[in-house]
Ligand binder design. Structure first.
Ligand code: HEM
Length: 507
């Protein structure tokens, strides 16, 4: 054996021994904590090889693997991926106690998460620190101003609902994929919330944006093994054609830039109060104000671009997916659909549009929307990171642990829900038929990073569902039976591919 060869063997062995020793030293530190229960871990890789095996070899979605672990080891389940500590939460009450009651410790995103690395310092969803805080405060304030209980935003949504119903009427009861009309409607609501303006239904520019937004969502897996190891992240990027992904994102930013420019031009030309009453207007005023006063803020042209992009993505795909599930559940469970229509017709008839504040008169509809959100769980999971050591009962959750809020597992936990795979709006009703909340339900998360668009999303689902039920009977085409348990895990949990028919209800 040559000297060089011996040198290589010794270096490799030395490196391996060093790695094992580092892992053992770290393990010693870990054992000082009283960690939550979890599956057996390999000394060096922890549970990473199991995750890699199940997601890459057997093709099982990572979120399903996480759910299986948490169903086996309890509502707070401890894992380790190489050196990264991970805790999976599959009980909404535990999530509330950590994210709301100890919100200061649980309000950041994991800095090493693939998307946090890519989007560091940009927008809201994967951003942290002062720029996240400033923008989060801004949109929370704006959603309060234009959101829940605000008649003007409801009128704007209703306008889109009416247009959506006209488009459905054009299908003449024919079989079609309902996706494009839903996407056009929901992105229109987002754009009208941001800018006060609207796209026309067949605006080619809007359809370019929709096509772009739908292109790369599968590539952005949030829970796959690539999130834990830099080398795997690089492999993931190459696998999904990094250059193509970059082109998609650059194109998207170019489209949003054009939208913002169009808005500014329109505002200059018209200066109507309708256009001024918008989030975009308030942002530009804030940006101008801080420039004039020489204040150091994070409000800038480039942040505005990322904010618009985040609102389109976080508010679009989630609501589109939820409403796709609403329509599919109406078609799949005709007796539920019939009861809903009866409730709406009795209270409001065929032509009047109730406002969201009148939902107490429609308890079965409210229960139906909650059950659809539980059953479908359109945002199946989201990450947090601990910034300090934390505790849950007698368990420790050390600083810098990644916390997976597993919303799908929360909604599908047999320990928390009876007949978990059955679609039963009644579980959200009291004995006297009034709506009742369920503390195991947490579709919009909790704490400082709770979904800021919750009231907008709820209002949209309410108005769109009523509109459809007043005018159409939703059915699956004859002979098409869809397995509603065969959704697809990704950033959202999408329904299986399906077609629908909207049969007009006689006047
Ligand atoms: C049915 C529809 C929706 C669902 C189920 C949903 C659910 C969620 C969930 C679970 C989170 C993660 C919170 C966490 O980190 O724990 C989130 C975050 C977020 N959502 Fe929603 N959402 C919906 C609609 C919307 C809408 C309509 C908007 C705005 C137009 C929106 C904007 C956001 C933003 C900006 C964040 C990031 C918040 C932050 O990181 O501080 N969402 N949403």
């Amino acid at each position: 054996m040559s000297l060089e060869m011996l040198d290589v063997i010794l270096s490799v062995t030395g490196g391996f021994v060093l790695l094992v020793m580092m892992s053992l030293i770290r393990r010693k530190k870990v054992t000082n904590y009283h960690l939550p229960p979890g599956p057996k871990r390999n000394l060096v890789f922890g549970n990473l090889m199991d995750l890699i095996y199940s997601s890459m070899i057997t093709g099982e979605p990572s979120l399903l693997k996480f759910a299986k672990w948490s169903f086996q080891y309890g509502p707070i389940c401890y894992l380790r991926f190489f050196r990264q500590r991970v805790v999976v939460i599959s009980d909404a009450r535990v999530a509330q106690q950590l994210c709301a009651a100890q919100s200061d410790k649980f309000s950041t995103r994991p800095p090493g998460l693939f998307l946090s690395r890519v989007l560091k310092g940009k927008g809201i969803v994967f951003n942290d620190g002062p720029s996240w805080k400033e923008h989060r405060n801004f949109i929370t304030h704006e959603f309060r101003k234009f959101g829940f209980g605000n008649q003007s935003i409801e009128h704007k949504i209703q306008y889109v609902v009416d247009e959506y119903l006209r488009q459905i009427a054009k299908t003449n009861g024919g079989v079609h994929d309902p996706h494009t009309n839903i996407a056009t409607a929901i992105y229109n609501v987002i754009w009208t919330t941001i800018s006060g303006e609207r796209f026309s239904w067949d605006d080619p520019f809007l359809h370019k944006i929709i096509a772009n937004l739908e292109t790369n969502l599968q590539a952005v897996e949030l829970t796959g093994p690539h999130n834990y190891v830099t080398l795997l992240s690089i492999w993931h990027l190459i696998w999904h054609n990094a250059f193509r992904l970059l082109c998609i994102v650059m194109k998207r930013m170019f489209y949003f830039k054009q939208l913002i420019c169009k808005y500014k031009k329109h505002r200059k030309e018209t200066a109507t109060s309708d256009v001024d009453e918008s989030m975009m207007y308030d942002y530009l005023v804030k940006m101008q104000g801080s420039k004039l006063n020489g204040q150091l803020t994070h409000f800038s042209e480039s942040q505005l671009l990322w904010l618009v992009s985040d609102l389109f993505i976080a508010g679009g795909e989630t609501t589109i997916t939820s409403f796709r599930w609403v329509l599919l559940c109406l078609a799949k469970f005709p007796e539920v659909q019939q009861r809903l229509r009866h409730e709406i017709m009795e209270n409001f008839g065929r032509d009047s549009s109730p406002s969201y504040s009148q939902r107490t008169q429609l308890p079965y509809l409210e229960a139906f929307i909650h059950e659809t959100l539980r059953f479908s769980c359109s945002v199946p999971g989201m990450w947090r990171n601990t910034t300090q050591d934390a505790k849950y009962e007698n368990y420790d959750i050390p600083k810098k642990t990644w916390v997976l809020l597993h919303f799908w597992a929360m909604s599908n936990n047999t320990a928390l829900w009876h007949d978990v795979r059955e679609f039963k709006p009644e579980r959200f009703l009291n004995n006297d038929g009034t709506f009742c909340k369920n503390e195991n339900f947490l579709a919009f998360s909790a704490g400082k990073r709770q979904c800021p668009g919750e009231s907008l999303a709820r209002t949209e689902l309410f108005l769109f569902t009523i509109g459809v039920l007043q005018k159409f009977r939703v059915t699956l085409p004859a002979g098409q039976d869809i397995d509603v348990h065969a959704g697809q895990f990704g950033v959202t949990y999408t329904p299986p591919h399906h077609h629908l028919q909207f049969i007009p209800i006689g006047v």
